[in-house]
Ligand binder design. Structure first.
Ligand code: AP5
Length: 214
C-alpha cells in the first residue's frame, strides 16, 4: 500500500501517518524528520535544509528529491510506505509519479486531512516533539503520559524551531500556494480521499481505516 499524506502544516499528517504505518507495518517516511535528523547530526544536507526550514520555507525540490529517491530504493519500501510531508509541490508529485510508473506502480491513497488555518495556529503552539524518535504530542489534545517525556523512547520533548507563530503563518501561506494544488493533482489521478481533521485523533484514524478497507 503506497500512501501519501496531504494537509496543511499541523493538520495531523504526522500523527495519523505514524498510526497507519504501525497498523499496516509500513515504513513511515517523513521528509521533515529526515531533514531534522540531518540538522541534528550536522550533515551538509542538514545545514542546507536548516536555512529554509527555520524561516518556514520549503527546501528546494532538487535536495528533497535526491533523498526521497534514495529512500524509495531501500528494501523496506518493497511492500509500500506512508509518505508524510512529501510530495509538497507539483514537480515533487510528478517526480514521484514518474519514479513509480517506471516500476509499474502508483500511489494507492492520497490522504488529505482538512483543518482550518485558525485551528492550526492554536495547535502548533501546543505541539511538543521528540527529536530522537520523531513522536509528536500536544500538551492538551494528545499529551504524553509524563510531562515533556516521550512515551516511546523516554527522551525529553521540545518545541520545534519552526512552530513560532510568525513562522507558522509563513508555512501556511506557502502551503496554500505550493502544496494545496496537489489536492486537484491527486483527485485527477483518482486516489484522493479527504478527512475532517478537526475531529479527535482516534476519530480521524477510524475514518481513515474505514476508507483503507477495515
Ligand atoms: P514537516 O516536518 O513535514 O512539517 P509540516 O508539514 O509543516 O507538518 P507538521 O509536522 O508541522 O504537522 P503535521 O501535519 O504532521 O501535524 P502533527 O501530526 O505534528 O516539514 C517541516 C519543514 O521541512 C517544512 O516547512 C519544509 O521547510 C521542510 N520540508 C519537509 N518536507 C519537505 C518537502 N517535501 N519539500 C520541501 N521542503 C520540505 O500535529 C500537529 C499538532 O496537533 C501536534 O501537537 C498533534 O499532537 C496535534 N494533533 C494532531 N491531530 C490532532 C487532532 N485530530 N486534534 C487535536 N490535535 C491534534
Amino acid at each position: 500500500m503506497k500512501i501519501v499524506m496531504l494537509g496543511a502544516p499541523g493538520a495531523g499528517k504526522g500523527t495519523q501517518a505514524k498510526k497507519i504505518a504501525d497498523r499496516y507495518q509500513l515504513p513511515h517516511i517523513s521528509t521533515g524528520d529526515i531533514f531534522r535528523t540531518n540538522i541534528k547530526n550536522g550533515t551538509e544536507l542538514g545545514m542546507k535544509a536548516k536555512t529554509y526550514m527555520d524561516k518556514g520555507n520549503l527546501v528546494p525540490d532538487s535536495l528533497t528529491l535526491e533523498l526521497v529517491v534514495d529512500r524509495l530504493n531501500q528494501t523496506d519500501c518493497k511492500n509500500g510506505y506512508v509518505f508524510d510531508g512529501f510530495p509538497r509541490t507539483i514537480p515533487q508529485a510528478e517526480a514521484l509519479t514518474g519514479a513509480l510508473e517506471a516500476k509499474g506502480e502508483k500511489v494507492d491513497f492520497a490522504i488529505d486531512i482538512e483543518v482550518p488555518d485558525e485551528e492550526i495556529v492554536k495547535r502548533m503552539s501546543g505541539r511538543r516533539a521528540c527529536l530522537k524518535c520523531g513522536a509528536t504530542y500536544h500538551i492538551l489534545f494528545n499529551a504524553p503520559k509524563e510531562n515533556d517525556i516521550c512515551d516511546r523512547c523516554g527522551n525529553e520533548l521540545s518545541m520545534r524551531e519552526d512552530d513560532r507563530p510568525s513562522t507558522v503563518l509563513n508555512r501556511l501561506s506557502i502551503y496554500h500556494k505550493q502544496t494545496q494544488p496537489l489536492i486537484d493533482y491527486y483527485q485527477g489521478m483518482g486516489c484522493l480521499v479527504q478527512f475532517d481533521g478537526t475531529k479527535d485523533v482516534e476519530e480521524v484514524f477510524n475514518d481513515i481505516l474505514e476508507v483503507l478497507g477495515e
